[in-house]
Design a protein around this ligand. Structure first.
Ligand code: NAG
Ligand code: NAG
Length: 537
């Protein structure tokens, strides 16, 4: 019976290539493909099966654990993973069955080193864990709660239902840790507003793929939905409508929901370009463009020539530094168009007085350096887009440079790391570009360390981010556009560099995508086929 049972699972999970899809004989005997995603560092599965029952199985704490029963991160995670394991499955009707397998009664969790229960995750969080599944008690050990979260995800992925509906897990032993510490998803809430519900759903899906940074590109030219307490006019005038805003309560909710999933929230307030919406609520901030002798009525980037600009920025970033607990702030710095600056006589006067007449790169540097100092004075570290580095602005060696231009990005990585900066890679992972077919394969084949440089340079690669810019994305389509395409990036940033087989990835991702669907994430299909449980609206 077991043979036949496994064969049915094989039908779902062990497609060698796309070409064999049609030829595959139903019922062919094969082990179930669990679809572990991202693949852990070391996985040993034994043929011995254990069964779990929703009534008897419990997630528990080791009495020696450094994080105790009052740890909200663990309480919430236990509840969530119990539901993921049992709640979303349907009881199947079938012949009565006599169990011969041994039971698995408990997963005992232990935080070995320091609790971090009340902390926020950071770049240096320890996400490693070790999981041993043996009857009747499985053990999950991690140095910090962050590793417990990752280990619970893996444990939940190991459990499957056999064709009788019995929850089953192979005895196994897994040790795991991420390859890169920064694994991000960029969302853009300026081109379109995203509901809080959509953002929280994204955090759920991120945790399923072991992502740990939500890069929140919160404002841009088109709208300013961030509700500032210090400068309420920014969103009063700059948001699409009064309801298209993120109140302080909304922002706190996102940050806490993320924290409970071991995810950092990295705010981006991009300037001096990409700031049209700021100008509506903050008069005098943007540069008035001139048409000959007279202002044309249009505005350009933030005005770098006025002291009031830096007074505003100081007060604004003083608030932002308190609202967002992460140690980093992304200050943007990309795509600054000097065209408007060139027309403005006050800018010209300012540049003459500073001794960089007509050198607009120097003007940009002047601004960027001031803002970086403002952020540093708030005891925060900065992340910038690559232009800030390319423009030869004076930046601290610790400033992280995010590489986004697709052209020759390995060369850019080499230059940035040679100059001593940590780097984040996004260039090959702009998920807002969509094509026919399986573009996840292209994302999967990227390796963030494939550039020429010393061992030291390679160590400066902190990871990367999949970016979903919002020109054509809002709450209606964010989830299916992001998943499972971003999952490919997730595995690339988590799993060992030797994990490269695209066929194996296809098989596992197919199962993982159905798992996300079962858990209520509207992840789009990879290719033809079906899920045991299709998406329910
Ligand atoms: C899990 O156990 C089954 C049943 O013994 C076995 O056929 C299968 O190969 C095991 N899975 C793996 C990946 O070893
Ligand atoms: C701006 O501030 C600088 C330095 O504090 C000062 O020297 C300068 O006069 C100020 N400019 C204006 C227009 O107030």
């Amino acid at each position: 019976m077991q043979q036949r049972a496994l064969g049915l699972w094989g039908a779902l999970g062990t497609l060698a290539t796309l070409a064999t899809l049609a030829a595959r004989a139903p019922g062919a005997s094969a082990a179930p493909d669990l679809g572990l995603w991202p693949l852990p560092r070391s996985v040993r599965l034994s043929p011995r099966l254990l069964r779990l029952s929703p009534e008897d199985f419990a997630l528990g704490l080791d009495p020696a654990s450094k994080a105790g029963p009052s740890c909200v991160i663990l309480q919430e995670a236990f509840r969530r993973y119990y539901d993921y394991i049992f709640g979303y499955y349907q009881r199947r009707r079938g012949p009565a069955r006599f169990y011969t397998d041994s039971p698995l009664l408990q997963l005992v969790v232990s935080v070995v080193h320091d609790s971090e229960c009340d902390a926020f995750p950071s770049l240096s969080s320890d996400e490693s864990y070790a999981l041993t599944v043996k009857g009747p008690v499985a053990v999950l050990k991690a140095n910090q709660v962050w590793g417990v979260l990752r280990g619970l995800e893996t444990f939940s992925q190991l459990v499957y239902q056999d064709p009788y509906g019995t929850f089953t897990i192979n005895e196994s032993s897994i040790t795991d840790s991420p390859r890169f510490p920064h694994r991000g998803i960029l969302i853009d809430t300026s081109r379109h507003y995203l509901s809080i519900k959509t953002i929280l759903k994204t955090l759920d899906a991120m945790a399923m793929n072991k992502f740990n940074v939500l890069h929140w590109h919160i404002v841009d030219d088109q709208s300013f939905p961030y509700q500032s307490v210090t400068f309420p006019q920014l969103s009063n005038k700059g948001s699409y409508t009064p309801s298209h805003v993120y109140t302080p309560t909304d922002v706190r909710e996102v940050i806490e929901y993320a924290r409970l999933r071991g995810i950092r929230v990295l705010p981006e307030f991009d300037s001096p370009g990409h700031t049209e919406s700021w100008g509506k609520g903050q008069k005098g901030l943007l540069t008035p463009c001139y048409d000959g002798e007279r202002p044309s009525g249009a505005f350009g980037p933030i005005n770098p020539a006025l002291n009031s600009t830096y007074d505003f920025m100081s007060r604004f970033f003083s608030e932002v530094s308190k609202v967002f607990p992460d140690e980093f702030i992304h200050m943007g710095g990309d795509e600054v168009d000097p065209e408007c600056w060139e027309t403005n006589p006050d800018i010209e006067k300012f540049m003459r007085s500073r001794g960089f007449y007509k050198d607009f790169k120097k003007l940009e540097s002047f601004y960027i350096e001031k803002v970086l100092n403002i952020i540093a004075s708030q005891r925060k570290k900065s992340i910038v887009w690559q232009e800030v580095f390319d423009n030869e602005d004076k930046i601290q060696p610790s400033t992280i440079v995010q590489v986004w231009k697709d052209k020759d990005y390995p060369e850019e990585q080499a230059r940035v790391t040679a100059a001593g900066h940590p780097v984040l890679l996004s260039a090959p992972w702009y998920l807002d570009y969509i094509t026919y077919g399986e573009d996840w394969r292209t994302y999967y084949k990227v390796d963030p360390l494939r550039f020429s440089g010393s061992q030291e340079q390679k160590q400066r690669v902190l990871g990367g981010e999949a970016c979903l810019w919002g020109e054509y994305v809002d709450s209606t389509n964010l989830t299916p556009r992001l998943w499972p395409r971003a999952s490919a990036v997730g595995e690339r940033l988590w799993s060992d560099e030797k994990v490269k087989s695209i066929n194996d990835a296809y098989n596992r991702l197919t199962v993982h995508r159905c798992r996300m669907v079962r858990r209520g994430i509207a992840a789009q299909p990879l290719y033809v086929g079906h899920c045991e449980q299709e998406y329910k609206m």
